[in-house]
Write a protein that binds this ligand. Structure first.
Ligand SMILES: C[C@@](CO)(OP(=O)(O)O)[C@H](O)COP(=O)(O)OP(=O)(O)OC[C@H]1O[C@@H](n2ccc(N)nc2=O)[C@H](O)[C@@H]1O
Ligand SMILES: Nc1ncnc2c1ncn2[C@@H]1O[C@H](COP(=O)(O)OP(=O)(O)O)[C@@H](O)[C@H]1O
Length: 306
């Protein structure tokens, strides 16, 4: 059982105030891009996890847990518990999504494991677990996991787990600049709170950008580039100042828009078309402002059996 699952970039990440439960209310416009992890689920005596870079990928998998705390292993355990079966599976993860890069690679692997294990253990004719059940299990695993199941382009509210698909026309072409070493998501949210407190600014109520929605609905890459917005970006830049140079290089090289993806440190650049993306990727690579440069397009579907 093999499942392919995409990375995401956040087209808009509007962060509201810190809630009592430690999370922030968001408007999170997710966009799935064609950079894929693959999770293979093979029946085994007990739960096992292995993690390796995907062929031709330059992703470092150092530090990714291979025990019960791997998000894919947690997903398998949840599915097994719901179906009353032992979690007897070996999960073979091949990563092309940067680790701790703000592209939700761990969440992607969790979504892939949910789909693979449900397929392995659930009744094919009359499944116990519906699509909604899987979305619920996904939300228990993490705020970004439901979107990795859904894919496409979608607006997430609440913690980011309550999704509505967004109308999007055509294909958008992206270039991603990865950084050596990740950023911790909780640390970036905490830095965002700290900066806001120091500025004496109350967090505004998050709202969807109308300009962004219009650009998506009409397939307007230039409009989309101008509407990209991430409230976590100042915090990511404070924690990793070198990203300023990366973003500036992309802008100078003619990207239609640039931003830090989610909590970073991966930077995303929007190109006008495929050819422009190829040029931009080569130029960014030459500028020496990133650990690696990869191209991808979106939207693409969520976790899919292959
Ligand atoms: C920032 C975003 C943007 O899509 O993604 P990444 O850049 O990490 O991929 C997400 O909000 C990350 O979602 P995810 O990585 O699933 O986070 P979770 O496991 O649910 O939460 C990890 C921690 O992030 C913080 N968190 C997460 C979501 C949210 N709405 N408010 C928060 O404050 C909390 O400190 C929480 O303890
Ligand atoms: N399958 C997995 N792949 C990647 N990281 C994982 C996985 N399971 C658990 N983790 C842990 O989650 C952390 C965040 O991973 P990731 O989802 O790649 O980043 P981000 O939240 O920035 O998108 C990693 O540093 C790692 O310790």
């Amino acid at each position: 059982m093999s499942v392919r699952v995409p990375a995401k970039v956040n087209l808009q990440l509007a962060v509201g105030p810190l809630r009592d439960d430690g999370y922030h209310d968001l408007v999170n416009v997710f966009h799935a891009v064609s950079l894929f992890d693959e999770v293979r689920a093979v029946p085994a005596a007990r739960l096992e996890v292995s993690v390796e870079p995907a062929p031709y990928s330059r992703v470092s998998v150092e530090g990714v847990p291979t025990g019960a705390d791997n998000l894919a292993a947690r997903a398998a355990t949840l599915v097994a518990a719901r179906l009353g079966t032992p979690p007897a599976v070996a999960l073979r993860i091949r990563k092309a999504i940067p680790v701790a890069g703000g592209m939700a690679g761990g969440s992607a692997d969790a979504a892939a494991a949910l789909v693979a294990c449900a397929r392995l253990w659930d009744d094919r004719e009359s499944p116990v677990l519906s699509r909604d059940d899987l979305l619920e299990l996904a939300a228990d695993l993490g705020s970004d996991v439901p979107f990795a199941l859904l894919g496409g382009t979608a607006i997430g509210v609440g913690r980011g787990e309550r999704l509505t698909p967004a109308l999007a026309r055509g294909t958008f072409h992206w270039v991603f600049a990865t950084a050596g070493g990740g950023l911790s998501t909780p640390a970036v949210y905490a830095e965002c709170d700290r900066i806001r407190a120091a500025d004496g600014r109350a967090a505004p109520r998050p709202r969807v950008s109308e300009d962004l929605m219009a650009a998506l609905a009409t397939g307007d890459a230039k409009g989309l580039g101008e509407a990209l917005d991430n409230d976590l970006q100042p915090a990511a830049l404070a924690l990793r100042p070198s990203l300023r140079r990366t973003l500036a290089a992309g802008r100078d090289l003619g990207a239609l828009g640039s931003l830090v993806s989610g909590s970073g440190p991966t930077c995303a650049f929007l190109a006008a078309n495929d050819e422009h993306a190829a040029e931009l990727a080569a130029d960014l690579d030459g500028a020496g402002v990133a650990a690696s440069v990869v191209r991808a397009s979106g939207p693409v579907p969520g976790a899919t059996l292959v």
